[in-house]
Write a protein that binds this ligand. Structure first.
Ligand code: ZN
Length: 210
């Protein structure tokens, strides 16, 4: 099967369940958006090889936010590839294990305890307006304090859980009950929808051509 290419240099990594992982070819090497649940590192490396590149070509792993279904395989993947790990400065301490996940109440805390994602000290702490691998970082707080969107100049947008879609590619608002701050989460979703966008690559659901 051919790898799923969504746009020039943009792939959705096949076979990762529970959350979406995207591979982006940039002028600066390969960049990965999110890593899925724990246990996906080898599958992601195999995907990188399936598009004719090597594990060592992965330059950056950018995490849209600190939830386990997005950071689960980052520690193993960093070891396998040597990539630099980047996350927004407000979610960095949670990834590093210096702060407990702030949201979702007991259920999320129990989930994290049960699955124990390995902690990673981020190499790069991002803030609004930064650029990484040619992608613009936009801070969209609400789902978590440090949720970000990545936007390529041509209108490819990686939205993490700040704006979602369903399996048919209909844009979906993020579920308020999963947000750290519901009001902020909705305001952020509105801001993302208003961005000039040709392709939405959400953290869950099918990619959407706008
Ligand atoms: Zn998620």
């Amino acid at each position: 099967m051919l790898p799923m290419r969504l746009a020039d240099g943009v792939y959705k990594v096949d076979g990762v369940r529970a959350a979406n992982v995207y591979l982006v070819a940039t002028d600066d090497g390969l960049l990965l958006v999110d890593t899925g649940m724990p246990g996906n590192a080898k599958l992601i490396v195999a995907f990188i090889e399936s598009v004719g590149r090597r594990a060592a070509d992965l330059r950056y792993i950018v995490l849209t936010h600190c939830d386990i279904d997005h950071i689960g395989s980052v520690a193993a993947l960093k070891e396998l590839t040597g990539a630099k790990v980047a996350i927004h400065e407000l979610d960095g301490p949670i990834l590093a294990g210096e702060q407990r996940p702030q949201k979702g109440g007991l259920a999320m805390a129990a989930f994290h305890r049960l699955l124990r994602p390995r902690t990673v000290a981020p190499d790069l702490l991002l803030k609004n307006g930064d650029t990484i691998g040619g992608l613009q970082v936009i801070h969209v707080p609400g789902h978590t304090a440090g949720s970000i969107v990545l936007r390529r100049e041509d209108g490819v947008v990686f939205s993490g859980d700040a704006l979602l879609s369903d399996k048919h590619g209909q844009v979906r608002w993020p579920a308020p009950r999963l947000a750290l701050d519901r009001v902020q989460a909705l305001a952020s979703a509105e801001r993302i929808k208003a961005l000039p966008m040709k392709l939405l690559c959400p953290g869950h659901g099918a990619p959407v051509y706008m």
